[in-house]
Design a protein around this ligand. Structure first.
Ligand code: DHE
Length: 543
């Protein structure tokens, strides 16, 4: 049965948009207190998709020429019910009063947030445990620390470190507001968290128990963090007699606001360089007062990061090999607008990134240093880092889920031995509903995907799995929970378990045996677990 709202809401908005063009309204008055409360709600819940200045990205622009054309009541209905394009129904999260506040706020001009420069960062920078006071060896006693998982407890502002062998929570750390993702250093010793509030936190996994050794505020709004993973090579500059390497040397954070990236020392988070990403769109050459840094990945074969600028549609290859004397070199590659998330292909030469508002995946060749292809996918691709496997018919492939429909698009990634399949969708796999993440492992026969954004709650509580060697047999959908939603998948170091989050205030991690596809463990008592990152798979970018 078609959900009535899916028809009424867009019609309502279109009707008011038309009507409003004739009777464009003014900004409704708001008290200072109301404006400040609505500003925080917008920052927490809306800015990620619609932009700090409301110019749009994963979600449409919400500038006042548009929002004043829609009466407050219609805005309230849209906010309450959500939209088919992926905006959740806020009635389940915000009160009616708060929804009204946000509706009014959207009809007022957005405030210009402050800047945040190197001096501000330096003042916020704290080292809790100096490097010389940290363990010089990994924990002993058989602790398989490279099979630890960092698990984000989103609404609790914490990260749990869970032992992948024992399934025990080793410790829970206060990393701050709405942590978004975790990454590790190249050796896996350090784990880095980035919160939506721009705070980066450095966790020492060799401490017993792991502890926070440094933190810094890099801006007001951030989503990505990574580290330097190039081990260097003989021809590199010689420093102190041995070949210069970059393992654990640097960390980089990409901010949404201000629009910049920040390079720090990897073992202390001391800020070294801030680089603005403001500029022009690659296609229309209009100036962008907001050019947010989306996904960042670290090259394993060069001293460089791949840094994606969302609104500009530009991919930067940032060379850090001369950072010692203050120099970074950027190669700017025009790709496609509204770049979001992405990951390496199986060779770690090609970077696959979703331009989700343009329904495309951009393929960047980091050897030839150019855009190789723009692949048409389904409605709003959203891969996380995506998933790589060897398809029996198409050879090496990479896959993405979609925010706007229940489908996995599978893209050929081997331009040498499978050139006729490369850089185009070779399979479309139906899942149970709109998803966020897809995952597999080189040792697994399975491809797993969540259905987190499905309009039907039972589908959002379901995991979808395909057999790589019998994909045409279609999906197996397994309902895993009666509470919350299923989100994000991660393998353990051995590649024989899949860890899946039940995103709920009384959440848990469900551990599935990858061979039998049966539930092995439930790690309970976790507040809104979302992303989780296995140390070994994250340091080596195994996905
Ligand atoms: Fe994410 C990855 C941005 C909402 C959980 N998310 C990313 C990346 C970006 C991004 C740019 C890639 C980072 C990288 O690889 O360097 N996410 C955004 C948004 O702008 C958006 C749409 C809205 C917002 O305001 O943040 C958004 N993200 C969410 C969520 O609602 C999720 C499900 C839960 C949460 O934290 O609020 C969520 N995003 C994640 C996770 C990853 C991620 C777990 C990393 C996946 C991985 O395996 O690498």
């Amino acid at each position: 049965m078609v959900n009535r709202n899916l028809i009424i809401l867009p019609l309502l908005a279109a009707l008011f948009l038309f009507a409003g063009k004739v009777f464009a309204g003014d900004a409704p008055p708001m008290s200072e207190e109301e404006f400040s409360k609505a500003k925080q709600i917008y920052f927490d819940r809306c800015a990620g998709c619609h932009g700090t200045l409301r110019k749009g990205a994963t979600g449409p622009s919400l500038t006042t020429d548009k929002t004043q054309a829609i009466p407050v009541q219609a805005l309230e209905t849209l906010l309450s019910e959500g939209t088919p394009g992926g905006m959740p129904p806020w009635k389940n999260i915000l009160s009616k009063q708060d929804i009204t506040l946000v509706a009014k706020y959207l009809q007022n001009e957005p405030p210009q947030p402050p800047q945040w420069g190197l001096e501000d960062m330096r003042k916020s920078w704290k080292v809790y445990v100096p490097v010389e006071k940290r363990p010089v060896n990994p924990p002993n006693g058989g602790t398989n620390w490279q099979n630890f998982f960092g698990v984000i407890l989103r609404n609790a502002g914490k990260v749990a470190i869970i032992d992948g062998d024992t399934k025990k929570i080793v410790t829970t750390l206060d990393t701050g507001y709405a942590v978004h993702i975790l990454r590790t250093s190249a050796t896996g010793r350090y784990m880095y968290s980035i919160g939506r509030d721009g705070k980066a936190t450095l966790i020492d996994l060799w401490a017993s128990p792991p502890n926070i050794v440094a933190e810094i505020k890099t801006g007001f709004d951030a989503r990505s963090i990574d580290t330097s993973k190039f081990a260097g090579s003989d021809h590199m500059d010689k420093h102190d007699g041995d070949s210069f390497n970059y393992l654990d040397r640097y960390a980089i954070v990409g901010d949404y606001w201000p629009s910049h990236y920040v390079i720090m020392k990897g073992d202390t988070l001391e800020p070294l360089k801030v680089v603005s990403t403001l500029g022009y769109t690659y296609d229309t050459n209009e100036y962008l007062p907001e050019a947010r840094v989306a996904a960042i990945v670290a090259s394993h074969s060069k001293p460089e990061w791949v840094v994606n600028i969302k609104e500009a549609g530009v991919v930067l290859l940032v060379d850090y090999s001369k950072l010692e004397n203050g120099t970074i070199t950027e190669t700017r590659i025009d790709a496609e607008r509204f770049l979001h998330d992405g990951g390496w292909d199986s060779t770690k030469r090609y970077f696959m990134v979703a331009a989700n508002m343009r329904n495309k995946v951009a393929v960047i060749d980091t050897v030839e240093r150019k855009l190789v292809a723009l692949v048409d996918t389904g409605n709003k691709p959203h891969p996380g880092r995506g998933a790589n496997w060897d398809d029996p018919k198409y050879g090496p492939v990479w896959a993405t889920t979609h925010l706007g429909e229940g489908k996995i698009s599978v893209i050929g990634t081997d331009p040498i031995r499978h050139s006729r399949y490369s850089w185009r969708v070779v399979r479309e796999l139906q899942t149970a509903g709109n998803g966020l993440f897809v995952k597999t492992h080189p040792k697994s026969n399975n491809i797993w995907a969540d259905n987190t954004l499905s309009k039907d709650l039972k589908d959002a509580q379901t995991i979808t799995v395909f057999d790589k060697n019998n994909i045409d047999a279609g999906p197996t959908n397994i309902k895993l929970t009666d509470k919350g939603k299923i989100v994000h998948l991660e393998y353990n170091k051995a590649g024989d378990e899949v860890w899946i989050s039940v995103w709920d205030n009384d959440g848990e991690i469900i551990v599935i045996d990858d061979k039998t596809r049966q539930i092995k463990n439930r790690i309970k008592g976790l507040v809104t677990p979302t992303g989780k990152f296995n140390v070994y798979n994250t340091m080596l970018d195994i996905y």
